[in-house]
Write a protein that binds this ligand. Sequence first.
Ligand code: 4NP
Length: 155
Amino acid sequence: MIKILFVCLGNICRSPMAEFIFRDMAEKRGLGGQFTVASAAISSEELGNPVYPPAKRKLYSLGIDCSGKRARQMRREDYREYDLLLGMEQRHLNQMRRICGGDPEGKIHLMLEHSPHPHDIDDPWYTDDFDTACAEIQEGCGQWLDALAGETLPE
Ligand code: 4NP
């Protein structure tokens, strides 16, 4: 079992999309039982709020229902609880390391780390471009799933 926490600024757009898309992809590849996924915010701005409607609509268009999700803030204990903590932007990684008191086990990584040109996933809350954010999140989820699937399968 691999436990993954997706992290963004508010936990109402990018990281919930990543959480739900990753879970859906893993299930469709028959690997649902191999992963536990969740998402959290760096900021306290949106705590308790549901997924932002345009992000919710993107997920719905993919056949994914995220209606139960509420924003929660990342805690220091998450570092012990999760095997991988994936941030959407490089600057999130610094904030995540600060929350966790460093990254002694190398668990904190960028969502698009496996892309040919690793880069941030821009905040659709500001860009209003949920199509690009969703496509990049799908790309990142697929790449992480490819990278991790071998580790979860029996010899
Ligand atoms: P997210 O987008 O980090 O992708 O969830 C944001 C949503 C809300 C805020 C910032 C980013 N906000 O400042 O309220």
